[in-house]
Ligand binder design. Sequence first.
Ligand SMILES: Nc1ncnc2c1ncn2[C@@H]1O[C@H](COP(=O)(O)OP(=O)(O)OP(=O)(O)O)[C@@H](O)[C@H]1O
Ligand SMILES: [Mg+2]
Length: 380
Amino acid sequence: MHCIQNTNMARVAVENLTKIFKGAKGESIPAVSNLNLVVEDKEFLVLVGPSGCGKTTTLRLIAGLEEVTSGTISIDGRVINSVLPKDRDIAMVFQNHALYPHMTTYENMTFGLEVRKLPKQEIDQRVRDAAEMLGLIECLDRKPEALSGGQRQRVALGRAIVRKPKVFLFDEPLSNLDAPMRLQMRKDLRKLHAQLGCTMIYVTHDQTEAMSLGDRIAVMNSGTLQQVAAPNQVYHHPANMFVAKFIGSPPMNFFEGTIEQSNGGISFTASQAFTVGLEKSIAARLTEYSGKKIILGLRPEHIMDSAHSPSSPAEWNVEATVEFIEPIGAETHLHLSSGEHSFIARVQATDTYTQQQKLSLVFDMRQPHFFDPKTEQAIA
Ligand SMILES: Nc1ncnc2c1ncn2[C@@H]1O[C@H](COP(=O)(O)OP(=O)(O)OP(=O)(O)O)[C@@H](O)[C@H]1O
Ligand SMILES: [Mg+2]
């Protein structure tokens, strides 16, 4: 077994965490607002959200690089607000991983440890274990200039690993890498997490990365937590319209309309466009919205060319116009319109379409999402 493996417990709890920066003119810049989040011991939690939503600030608060405005941060029940960053036992890997250019890989990795006065043999063992894990054995004597971007990124990881921290914090560590390297590093990170058995908090603005890496995903927007759940839960049961739109590509389609009673059944009518029937069990959840405005959300994969769904109920048919055709290889994204509504369907790449073509679609109404137009929250 690797001596680098982590035996520490580390459950990170953030309670009512708020950070307000002061701007140049003394104005308040709220970066994180009342954040409540528990990262379980050995969990890989991904913090995801658009630029400026407070991800880096959250990590820096946990690492102790920013002072909290209010709220508490604790590890295993011990509040660490006033513990110095160096005593928090947390390692942070940044996007621009700033290796020392005049030091070899080996020296870059040992640097932090020598400062801590660990025995030489222990240091050597930790570095060799980490280098082996990260495929860096051959690079130990090279300086950063003689390493590829991916190798440099791994050295930065190695530097964090050899510290054997209780908690790893990653701030978009892969964003400087090209797509194939990112994919490889994602796999390596998951493996590393399994090998090290430690708590990791990983920040990204890339929802695909979040989905593929996280045990759970915490979605943030404008400094506030929107939802925290397993990737599939977030995708299939988004808590609100922001999450529904942010997670998934192309994003979920939204249609504003009303719920109405029609010939014995209940249906959704998109304003001045189309009507689709609702399943009884789904309609039962929406009774209080009867006659009121509501938003239907439907993922692009749940809108099909009717040619491929001949047996679906006629009340799920929608006529639309093809506005734009986006072939992406494995599938095609059809940009469509119906009345004032624009939406996207994922269709088979083998089918051919022409712009302005009228197309008969099937909305898979076993998979709808409904949202309250005022609160934008999902209707359970
Ligand atoms: N030192 C600072 N002083 C003032 N405002 C700041 C400071 N650091 C961050 N902010 C503001 O706080 C908000 C959150 O910033 P933060 O860096 O946490 O976002 P982020 O989610 O990491 O974004 P990105 O994906 O672009 O890295 C932003 O509005 C930002 O402008
Ligand atoms: Mg950031």
